[in-house]
Write a protein that binds this ligand. Structure first.
Ligand SMILES: [Zn+2]
Ligand SMILES: [Zn+2]
Length: 367
């Protein structure tokens, strides 16, 4: 195929090993309905780390990275209102608005844009051999191919680093709070796991005015960050009395909504205990191997609780990201506070180490 471009990328060649920066990954030219975007800012999400540690659902080698922003450098056909040089955030979903799921307001399941791991078409090459794109994007690289419906123009009031965080963490958080759980000012909520997505959920809950927000995490600095973002109560994950203390914050009734951003058997069991009768548990985290949800089915049935999965907060890229951008511009969503480190792409392994040690919240890689 002609028109391929050579680029720099961070390659995962073997799970558990450091990523390797190479300069000779080739990316296909964009097709009609696609743009080629030169990445300038790429966030490191815990999902990337989970896959890097292994096992990987994608064939190796793979370029991970799925939370990014950059500039449009080429179109494969009509530009659909975009222009060369536009600053855009890219998303892993580009809902078609026309398929079975899109018509049922489940854009993250869009039949035309939701690609299962391993089923994505090869668009990257190295020495003539295929290279996978993690989550069908591969943004730890100079360039990505994005469907036009998977991009949103970044307004001047939003920095490219902030825009990148909106691609995954903030889109997931706001969508989980508003689209999935329907939280508002009457809501009491507990967030288990205060990493990038968990803290973004705390922020989103405060934005909708939730009246009681409790956060649980093992890392003190993350709990402190949650407090700074307005959480009413934070508890250490290893505090044996944490469930009783959390429930006390709701007069013993339990929370309307519990967001489990770890989504392990252990935390989902805790989440089910913390949800009030008639309340909801929303599972968000991605684990390397599937885990059975914990807790009792009778707790769900007899106390009329709901257990829901949330992928990307059921966000519709073109509809929801502009709303998030407007909240950033208005000063009601301080996304910049999630960004604790900025490193060049070459130091991606240091960024992964920061996440392994639980230091900081979001590292943005610059290119
Ligand atoms: Zn992510
Ligand atoms: Zn669709």
């Amino acid at each position: 195929m002609t028109g391929r471009r050579m680029m720099r990328a961070a390659l995962l060649e073997a799970c558990g090993q450091p990523l390797r920066i190479v300069d000779d990954v080739e990316i296909d030219a964009p097709r009609p309905g696609e743009a080629l975007v030169r990445i300038t800012h790429s966030g490191v999400c815990h999902t990337d780390l989970t896959i890097i540690e292994g096992p990987s659902p994608f064939a190796l080698p793979v370029v991970m990275g799925h939370e990014a922003a950059g500039e449009i450098v080429a179109f494969g056909g009509p530009s659909d209102g975009f222009a060369l040089g536009d600053r855009v955030v890219v998303s892993i979903r580009a809902p078609c608005d026309d398929c079975f799921f899109c018509k049922r307001d489940q854009p993250v399941l869009c039949e035309k844009s939701a690609v299962r791991p391993g089923e994505g078409e090869v668009r990257l090459w190295r020495g003539g051999q295929p290279v996978s794109r993690g989550l069908n994007l591969g943004a730890f690289a100079e360039y990505v191919l994005v469907p036009l419906r998977g991009m949103v123009r970044v307004p001047d009031a939003v920095s490219m680093a902030e825009a990148a965080v909106c691609g995954c963490a903030m889109q997931t958080a706001m969508g989980s709070v508003v689209n999935v759980a329907d939280c508002d000012q009457t809501t009491t909520a507990c967030v288990i796991g205060l990493g990038g997505v968990g803290l973004a959920i705390v922020m989103a809950l405060k934005t909708v005015g939730a009246r009681q927000v409790t956060g649980i995490d093992p890392v003190e600095v993350r709990r402190a960050t949650a407090q700074g973002l307005g959480a009413n109560l934070t508890l250490a994950a290893d505090d044996q009395g944490k469930l009783a203390k959390a429930l006390k914050a709701t007069d013993g009734r339990g929370f309307d909504t519990v967001f489990d951003c770890v989504a392990s058997s252990a935390t989902s069991a805790e989440a089910l205990t913390l949800a009030r009768p008639g309340g909801e548990v929303v599972l968000i985290g991605v684990t390397s191997t599937p885990q059975a949800p914990g807790g009792s089915t009778m707790e769900l049935v007899m106390r009329h609780k709901r257990l829901t999965g949330s992928f990307l907060g059921n966000a519709h890229t073109g509809r929801d990201i502009p709303i998030i951008f407007e909240a950033i511009r208005a000063g009601t969503l301080p996304v910049a506070r999630l960004i604790t480190h900025t490193l060049p792409l070459e130091r991606i392994n240091d960024a992964l180490d920061l996440m392994r040690r639980g230091e900081g919240v979001r590292t943005i890689l610059t290119l």
